[in-house]
Ligand binder design. Structure first.
Ligand code: ARG
Length: 268
């Protein structure tokens, strides 16, 4: 059974603007956000994921996006060094929770920005890491040294897809789906070279955060608005669970951003 870390949206809101999706003028509807988050929680529970909850904190509206807490492999946890001051205050709360739950904390050098599972996803034997808008490329080498795994660094070039998990979604069989234009040419080549089979998502569906999915073996929990992708995945034997995520997309996140795997991989 997979374990996932979530954080309830008690203090969620659009209170600052640190990515192109966020506009304080377009606030999230509190009750609707809560209902959408409950829908995600319920769906994940019904798929037999074990949900852990980190207590939300006042004045940290983006703490709901636990994918950015850090990266967990086995009982090791590499906490994020957030690029934006607005989110940096979340880090100690995530670290404390992980410590209390028996994880060994492996800290990155403070001067290297790294935004956790949002920018670091295992696909096959490799850890794919995105950089530029949030994580630094130098953090990837440090993560590779800590974990002793192959890291493939890919540059993100479209500010709307500022975290790797907004444009790349690995599947358990080593294949993946992605929005290719979110990567530069080298990144596209690197991904094509390492992922045996790739499903392209078009821009229209990518804009609905359709790559931002929680994959639990054959079950895929994704935001609604990607009929073509759903059709393709269904044909391949996956069961898609489409959820309304409008209130979180206003902050630049959806299903995957709202979850972190405990751990993402048992070992490398
Ligand atoms: N507003 C948050 C931010 O800009 C959204 C984070 C989304 N998380 C993710 N893993 N893509 O940091």
């Amino acid at each position: 059974m997979r374990e996932l870390l979530l954080c309830a949206p008690d203090y969620y809101g659009i209170e600052y603007e640190i990515n192109p999706w966020m506009s304080r003028a377009r606030g999230a509807k509190t009750e609707l956000a809560k209902a959408q988050w409950q829908g995600l929680h319920k769906t994940l529970t019904s798929l037999e994921a074990k949900i852990e909850l980190v207590p939300p904190q006042p004045k940290l509206p983006d703490m709901v996006f636990t994918a950015n807490a850090g990266l967990t492999v086995g009982k090791k946890f590499i906490p994020s060094n957030f690029r934006h001051q607005e989110r940096a205050g979340e880090a100690p709360y995530f670290v404390q929770w992980m410590k209390e739950h028996g994880y060994e904390i492996l800290a990155l050098p403070e001067n290297l920005y790294f935004e956790g599972e949002g920018d670091a996803l295992f696909g096959g034997d490799a850890l794919f890491c995105g950089y530029k808008f949030r994580s630094d490329i130098q953090s990837h080498r440090a993560v590779a040294d800590m974990l002793g795994c192959l890291v493939i660094s890919v540059e993100l070039v479209d500010p709307r897809f500022y975290h790797l998990d907004t444009c790349f979604c690995p599947l358990p069989d080593g294949s993946a789906f992605w929005f290719p234009n979110a990567f530069d040419e080298y990144g596209q080549r690197a991904i094509r070279a390492h992922v045996p089979e790739l499903i392209d998502v078009d821009e229209d569906e990518a804009k609905h955060f359709s790559c931002n999915d929680v994959v639990l073996e054959r079950d895929i929990v994704l935001p609604e608005g990607a009929p073509n992708l759903v059709k393709t995945l269904t044909t391949r034997g996956y069961i898609c669970h489409e959820l309304p995520m409008s209130e979180f997309i206003k902050a630049g996140g959806a299903c995957k951003c709202l979850t972190m795997f405990l751990p993402q991989r048992e070992r490398v």
